[in-house]
Design a protein. Structure first.
Length: 329
């Protein structure tokens, strides 16, 4: 099974976009996307249709604010989605690095290097990208500009590195059997979460799918955590204790190639803030959605690293907390 055609299309799309000027962003986006291209972005961008709308809502304002942008990918792979949405999806994750020289969404300029962590899922049909999910860590960009959108994190956020093994750019096709093994392990891990009550302790649940020295590269607001015990203390336990009535809504795409795989949902989860999650006092009744991306690196028969993007701005906005509203225009 080869994904070379789809990978080449996405790489050409990115290369053209990386050379874009403000007056030709929409034309560049239109060159390799379908007229009814569905683009999903995090709050405040949400769903857009067609190149003009995507350029107007995100790319033109972003490129106006961030000058001399470099795309610095750490992970790149493709796979066939066996879920209902189907299709071949090409996934890329890394940082968009530039100079933050003008305001962006009220985030003030720093005139220094800034790095926007991103992940993008692109569904390819023929010679066109027909569907995209673009997640980025806007709260981390705020932090780089001296803003403090959340209280002290339970873990630690960093400018996050790529895989420890430095082999995340799968430009050539990987052995299909390796991708199948990665996807099967991800499915097992998801199944364990959904049936977690059957395990005597979280450590027992996690040890089935994760190496002891796992790394969970979480988003700004939660942070990164290392080893199973610290993951439980710094992410899993607050998440499970402060958020209740968890409803799993499924995923749009779930794909893997080689040792890498991942998924996104729209939304993945719907929950109730029953505690003080992210410093917000929950009322115990308001339901809010979590749009999430998880990417994984498998090492042997267990997962070793996990990169996570969560649309926390949308999750909080559904609870009446508009983080962006408090920023200067």
């Amino acid at each position: 099974m080869s994904f070379q055609t789809e990978k080449a299309l996405v790489l050409a799309h990115h290369a053209a976009l990386d050379r874009a000027r403000l007056d030709d962003v929409a034309a560049i986006l239109a060159a390799r996307t379908s007229p009814d291209w569905l683009w999903r972005g995090m709050h405040p961008f949400h769903e857009q249709r067609g190149a003009d709308a995507v350029a107007r809502s995100f790319w033109t304002p972003f490129l106006r604010a961030m000058s001399t942008v470099q795309r610095r990918p750490d992970i790149f792979f493709a796979g066939r989605n066996e879920l209902a949405a189907g299709g071949v999806w090409v996934v890329q994750m890394g940082h968009l690095m530039g100079l933050l020289d003008a305001p962006f969404l009220g985030i003030p300029p720093t005139y220094r290097i800034a790095m926007l962590r991103y992940v993008e899922f692109n569904r390819v049909e023929g010679d066109r990208i027909v569907e995209t999910a673009f997640f980025c860590d806007l709260p981390h960009l705020m932090r780089q500009a001296g803003l403090d959108p959340f209280p002290e994190q339970t873990a630690q956020h960093l400018v996050q590195p790529g895989p420890r093994t430095h082999d995340g750019l799968l430009l050539a096709d990987a052995d299909p059997a390796e991708g199948a093994s990665t996807l099967a392990l991800i499915e097992t891990m998801i199944g364990d979460i959904d049936s977690r009550e059957r395990f005597a302790a979280p450590e027992v649940e996690l040890a089935r799918s994760w190496h002891d020295d796992m790394i969970w590269w979480g988003p700004e607001g939660i942070g990164a955590t290392y080893t199973i015990p610290r993951y439980i203390a710094q992410h899993q336990r607050p998440f499970r204790e402060e958020l209740s009535d968890r409803a799993f809504n499924g995923h749009v795409a779930r794909v893997a190639e080689g040792s890498y795989g991942g998924f996104f949902g729209w939304p993945n989860l719907t929950l109730t803030n029953a505690g003080r999650y992210l410093g917000v006092d929950g009322d115990g009744t308001t339901r809010a959605d979590m749009r999430v991306v998880d990417l994984y690196r498998r090492e042997g028969d267990k997962l070793a690293e996990n990169w996570i993007f969560i649309d926390l701005l949308h999750f909080l906005n559904m609870q009446g907390v508009d983080v962006l509203a408090g920023l200067s225009p």
